[in-house]
Design a protein around this ligand. Structure first.
Ligand code: HEM
Ligand code: FES
Length: 645
């Protein structure tokens, strides 16, 4: 209690509780990784984020269920005793999700990651496109505050009233998290199963709270029977169990009237620790013992035994013809009241249906609680695994993408800065023996584009520079990008006719000069860059950042990825429109302004959501490009809303 604090007062029950908890967590995370590696193409980071995020929210449901369940059925006290460990563990689990989400979606960009949560997606005025991660962050801060103040040290520093009020914020956190999931991932996944699960969770938590509240409300409004002096009827003596209490509602307060050692004493029902119901407790070693965490009070004066200092209000009682009465006026906390004594005969009939009492710090609990604890742990595990299977097997199957790092492949070819930074190469010929030019867009490491690096290199070495590049390959759906390994130093002067050129290696050449690619085993030259106009088009799709989409992340599109895509595009990665052709196949086109200017700083408002674009479709080697005016981008909010509803 309040005599001095140790970090955690370990005992057998707490250790068992924590071991069971740790095992459930391990099984859940293991099963999540198992199913998802076997069935899906998610990246390791996405699996980490999803497994810990879903586990945290499931744990929050368990935590919020324990209070009302224990009020409805005393057997659940076995879960309540150590609820704070569960709370802190849930916070740690949520931390893995939150920290990896921040790192993955906001880290290594051109602004502070926390600012990025607020400033990347800025559709604050839209319900469907609301920046859902801000809600997760606020919920996380509440959970952090609760975890940091969970120790009894803070309970005594802040006072139980302030502490309790603070901890009621968990309901706000729960609401924020429901909205976080509803406005986030569900919009990508869109399976009705997710809505149903979230809905069931909310209904379950609300129903339990309403049932527990109703039980207490019914108790509070029981008809009071008064005698002619205004004392309140408690019970027949023989209806009361030894060492247990009868609770009544008098003068707007709940009072616990205990029967023990042929005596009756009454105290205010609310424990000074965390407002636990003393009337549900028991007399242990001569003291009233709170059912929640075992704080103790002497029945006659409501004082915690020395050296503890907590005190509760006491009440006068009387017994007339075997009936117990209570004076409803509370006495100051800690006031001694002579217990009302009675003789043995009047207490023959005991209630036999009472449950044994559980309190975690006792050396041994009744076997009934052990059996119940095993059953309830198994039930929680089975429910968690059922949720896990429903969550996992209803995810969208995403096209596999590859990020090949490690032994960096070396590419050679012609470096270009416009219409977007890229490397033009010839690695193969078509069926007629004509060389095929393949253009690989270039991006930088983390959330940055390669425009400046490329421009810098070309300034120094001339506009047709033939170069060698070391970099990672990003590849999906037949499209390839190169990520420069070490920024500018990844680009070096290339070979000509199998030999490295002398420095300055990449001399400016005339526009028509051709770079031989003999060194690549293809005896052909790269034709001059030509941009071919195809047609004016109006097309619906989604703006993605190609770096994440084609390899760095999986999934790298849709609402959950929106902020990250905005960050990458603002960091210089070229925006790309993903749309469907007449055959229903995915097509990709780089977006630039009507005069070929980059749109990176201006197009954020339209990234990662359904849009319609009108512009001039052109071709650069194997890539498509659309020239457009920003005013020709239409956000398709309405159809997205209809799809969602
Ligand atoms: C800084 C705070 C947070 C951030 C930045 C954040 C970010 C995210 C992101 C980006 C996603 C979508 C991930 C994906 O594509 O799969 C997501 C989903 C989710 N979040 Fe959070 N989150 C935060 C806090 C929390 C907390 C505290 C919880 C629960 C206690 C939580 C529970 C979930 C759940 C259940 C999902 C859906 C499953 C998933 O995709 O991971 N989040 N969050
Ligand atoms: S509420 Fe914790 S011991 Fe009473």
């Amino acid at each position: 209690m309040s005599a001095g604090f140790q970090a955690v007062l370990w005992n057998r029950h707490k250790k068992k509780y924590d071991i069971v908890l740790a095992n459930i967590i391990l099984v859940y995370i293991g099963a999540f990784f198992g199913i998802n590696t076997w069935q899906y193409t998610l990246t390791f980071e996405t699996m980490l984020i999803r497994s810990f995020g879903t586990l945290a929210i499931l744990m929050l449901h368990v935590i919020l269920s324990i209070g009302p369940l224990a009020r409805l059925n005393k057997k659940f006290l076995v879960l309540l005793y150590n609820r704070r460990h569960l709370g802190v563990t849930m916070f740690l689990v949520a931390s893995v999700h939150a920290l990896f989400s921040i790192l993955q979606f906001h880290g290594n960009g051109n602004i502070n990651p926390i600012l990025s949560i607020f400033l990347s997606n800025t559709h604050y005025n839209s319900f469907l496109f609301f920046p859902f991660q801000t809600l997760g962050l606020f919920a996380y801060l509440i959970l952090m505050l609760m975890a940091f103040t969970s120790h009894d040290f803070w309970l005594s520093v802040l006072s139980p009233k302030v502490w309790k009020t603070l901890h009621i914020l968990v309901y706000l956190a729960y609401f924020l998290l429901v909205m976080h999931v509803l406005l986030g991932i569900i919009q990508l996944e869109s399976s009705p199963i997710y809505y149903l699960m979230l809905w069931l969770g909310v209904v379950w938590i609300s129903t339990l709270h309403v049932m527990a509240g109703y039980k207490e409300w019914m108790f509070d409004r029981q008809q009071k029977q008064l005698d002619n002096e205004g004392w309140v009827y408690v019970a027949q003596l023989n209806e009361m169990s030894n060492n247990k209490a009868k609770m009544i509602f008098a003068n707007g307060e709940r009072v616990a009237i205990f029967k023990y050692d042929n005596k009756i004493s009454a105290v205010h029902n609310v424990c000074k620790h965390q407002n636990g119901p003393l009337g549900v407790g028991k007399i242990v070693d001569g003291c009233i013992t709170c059912p929640w965490h075992g704080y103790q009070y002497e029945p006659a004066n409501g004082c915690a035994p020395a050296p503890f200092t907590e005190k509760v209000a006491t009440y006068h009682t009387k017994i007339i013809k075997g009936v117990v009465w209570l004076n409803p006026n509370p006495l100051p906390e800690g006031t001694f009241v002579e217990p009302t004594a009675f003789t043995e005969e009047s207490t023959k009939k005991q209630l036999s249906t009472e449950l044994p009492f559980y309190i975690g710090w006792q050396a041994k609990a009744d076997a009934l609680f052990g059996i119940f604890a095993k059953r309830i742990s198994l039930a929680i595990l089975l429910v968690a695994l059922a949720c896990l299977s429903l969550i996992s097997f209803n995810q969208k199957h995403i096209q596999a993408s590859y990020f090949t790092e490690g032994t960096p492949p070396k590419y050679e070819g012609q470096l270009i800065e416009t219409p977007f930074p890229a490397l033009r190469t010839i690695n193969r010929k078509d069926v007629y023996g004509n060389p095929i030019v393949e253009t690989y867009p270039l991006v930088n490491a983390w959330k940055f584009g390669a425009k400046e690096v490329v421009a810098d290199f070309l300034r120094k070495h001339g506009k047709d520079a033939q170069v060698a590049i070391t970099g990672a390959t990003l590849e999906s759906e037949g499209v390839k990008l190169i990520q420069l390994d070490e920024g500018g130093s990844s680009i070096s002067c290339g070979k000509a006719n199998g030999k490295w050129k002398d420095d300055p290696c990449c001399k400016p050449k005339s526009a028509t000069s051709l770079s031989s690619m003999k060194s690549m085993g293809v005896d052909a030259s790269i034709p001059e860059l030509a941009i071919k106009h195809i047609k004016n088009i109006t097309v619906a799709g989604e703006i993605i950042d190609p770096k994440c989409y084609f390899g760095a992340m999986n999934p790298g599109f849709g609402k959950p990825h929106r902020s990250c895509a905005i960050r990458c595009i603002k960091g210089g990665v070229m925006p790309v429109l993903k749309y469907k052709n007449n055959k229903g196949e995915n097509e990709f086109a780089v977006l630039v302004g009507e005069n070929g200017e980059p749109l990176n700083d201006k197009i954020g408002f339209a990234v990662g959501e359904p849009i319609q674009i009108t512009g001039e479709l052109s071709r650069v080697d194997n890539w498509k490009i659309i020239y457009l005016k920003l005013s020709d981008i239409k956000r398709l909010l309405k159809s997205a809303l209809t799809k969602c509803l």
